[in-house]
Design a protein around this ligand. Structure first.
Ligand code: ADP
Length: 563
């Protein structure tokens, strides 16, 4: 295989082809592999000329060896090796042995350790990574040939060799070089393996990176990943578009801190230390924070979530911030709320008038049948007004409560008394367990609505024969928020499943059983109650079992002495 076709190479072959100076062409790599021997040869010749110039004059071997190495160096640098099969460049290290032999013969008595010149071609062959066994054998044979050359060429009588301890040299040196070559070959192979593995894992990580980039770019959700130092690591296309919307008018580029960001109302600028990315960089973990970006017609609403990342030592290592464009949703919610508020208001005025005139008519001395008709009309008109009021409440800003010190015991007692007639008509027992007085920090109107709603539900959703218990108590607080006033409305009614319970506070939600039984209702009461209670800083909880009954518990902050 030609080394000039890297795209078709297998990883191992590629690693071998790029053994020396991997970034250079093969021709240069062959030249660079030859150069150490060339330089050493020049040094040898210079040393010989300095210490014993007669060697150069008396024997042609020094000139032959030197010339050979130089010619081989020239060939190494000029032959277009990349066009030839890879193994062909071995010709250079093999011929190096031929050039080293006369050099050694000539200079071995002047310079010690000359035979070590053979280490260069031995290493080169071993490092090439091609045909390791053949390379080792050739290195061994080349070194042996060089070591024995003076005896074979007759420049040193064989008898001398036997007499001298120098016989150890021609015998030992090839084996030493064989060991060195083997070590180099093993090292090469293990480096090859590592390089191949490294390359494979690099490829894998590159392809995973490409996959990740494609996935995040396909997403409509803006994704921003920032490292622990605040540098952007990843920003997908959706986020780039969002970033553009937030730039000050007339700007095409800008940093995150320059973006025009507002609270959900679209008007209040977000203070610098409360900006979503700033908070995410402080390691905050949050979900669904609604903000507005940009101004005027191009303003968009975003739901922002952030998740911090930690390294193995648990140190903050960056954050992932996700921006979901919720403009359409916000527009739809606003439109719906406006529509509900306007329509409810339009209904309320004529309904109040109808009920007023029905009240007046009922004061007259009426025929019993007519009174019956008017009573039914009045009940339905009131039901309709209740419905319209609920719709208005759900559209109104429920976060506005006017808190004062309220005797919740009195307020509850009043609601229980009002509900007694309805409970009796439905065949239910209504009991209450209320202290003489229990003060809470509450809005009396809103809390009255909450208690009425829970009582009305308990009556509506408990079959005849059942019972309802309303109780009120002081609940010691577990944290710095202080003590609570806890109201519980318990019934033995239909109850509900856990799945139904999870959706209970959603606008317009009604359980299947209640819908099928056509019990009147809007599915708004609990949603409104929950928003009222939350506006007090309190909470509303439900425990229920299908077929066994439910307990609704409301907690609001206490106003009187602690429990
Ligand atoms: P509405 O009573 O007008 O339907 P709510 O928001 O007050 O609306 O209640 C929502 C739904 O929760 C009801 O329709 C009913 O299915 C269920 N629910 C509420 N209170 C009870 C209760 N005490 N027992 C059983 N189900 C209840």
């Amino acid at each position: 295989m030609s080394l000039s076709t890297p795209t078709t190479m297998l990883p191992a072959e590629e690693a071998r082809g790029r053994r020396h100076f991997g970034q250079f062409s093969l021709r240069r790599r062959v030249l660079f592999s030859q150069l150490p021997l060339t330089i050493s040869t020049i040094l040898v010749v210079v040393a010989v000329l300095v210490f014993d110039p007669s060697v150069a004059v008396e024997s042609p071997y020094l000139a032959i060896g030197f010339g050979g190495v130089m010619v081989l160096t020239l060939l190494a640098g000029t032959v277009p090796w990349q066009r030839l099969p890879a193994v062909v460049y071995w010709i250079i290290p093999l011929l190096d042995f031929v050039a080293i032999a006369p050099l050694w013969t000539a200079a071995r008595y002047v310079l010690d350790g000359m035979v070590l010149l053979t280490a260069f071609p031995v290493f080169w062959l071993a490092w090439s990574g091609l045909y390791p066994l053949l390379a080792l054998s050739l290195g061994f044979l080349g070194t042996a040939a060089v070591s024995w050359w003076p005896y074979l060429a007759g420049t040193t009588p064989f008898s001398d060799a036997l007499m001298e301890s120098s016989l150890t040299r021609p015998v030992m040196v090839p084996f030493m070089m064989l060991s060195l070559g083997a070590a180099a070959s093993i090292l090469t192979r293990s480096m090859d393996k590592q390089r191949v593995e490294l390359r494979a894992s690099l490829e894998k990580s590159k392809s995973q990176n490409r996959l990740l980039q494609a996935v995040v770019d396909t997403s409509d959700v803006g994704i921003l990943v920032v490292d622990g130092q605040g540098h952007d690591i990843l920003m997908n296309q959706a986020q780039r578009r969002t970033h553009f919307i937030g730039l000050p008018p007339g700007r095409n580029d800008g940093a995150e801190h320059e973006l025009l960001l507002f609270e959900a109302d679209g008007l209040t600028p977000i203070p610098p230390d409360e900006r979503p990315v700033t908070q995410a960089l402080q390691g905050r973990d949050y979900r669904g924070r609604i903000i507005a970006i940009g101004t005027d017609g191009s303003q968009q609403h975003l739901s922002v979530s952030a998740s911090p990342m930690y390294d193995d030592d648990g140190q903050f290592d960056g954050t992932v911030v996700v921006f979901q464009n919720v403009t359409d949703l916000m527009d739809a919610i606003q439109t719906r709320e406006r529509f509900v508020a306007e329509v409810s208001h339009e209904f309320r005025t004529p309904l109040t008038s109808i009920i007023g005139y029905l009240d007046l008519a009922m004061e007259e001395d009426l025929d019993p049948t007519l009174r019956q008709f008017l009573t039914t009309s009045q009940r339905n008109a009131e039901r309709l007004l209740g419905l319209v009021t609920s719709l208005l409440d759900s559209a109104a800003d429920s976060s506005k409560v006017t808190v004062q010190t309220v005797d919740l015991s009195r307020l509850t007692r009043y609601s229980v008394e009002s509900a007694e007639v309805r409970a009796r008509h439905s065949g239910l027992t209504l009991a209450s367990d209320l202290p003489d007085q229990l003060l809470a920090k509450a809005d009396p109107v809103k809390m009255g609505q909450v208690v009425d709603n829970l009582l009305s539900n308990a009556i509506k959703y408990t079959p005849g024969g059942g019972s309802i218990t309303v109780s009120l108590r002081c609940l010691p607080g577990v944290d710095e928020k202080g003590d609570w006033v806890e109201l519980a409305v318990e019934d033995t009614g239909f109850g509900m499943t856990d799945q139904e319970r999870a959706k209970l506070f959603t606008n317009f939600y009604r359980t299947e059983h209640v819908r099928k039984a056509a019990i009147p209702g809007t599915g708004l009461g609990l949603a409104i109650s929950q928003s009222f209670v939350r506006a007090h800083g309190g909470e509303i909880l439900v425990a229920s079992e299908k077929g066994a009954g439910s307990t609704f518990t409301v907690r609001v902050p206490i106003a009187g002495p602690a429990c």
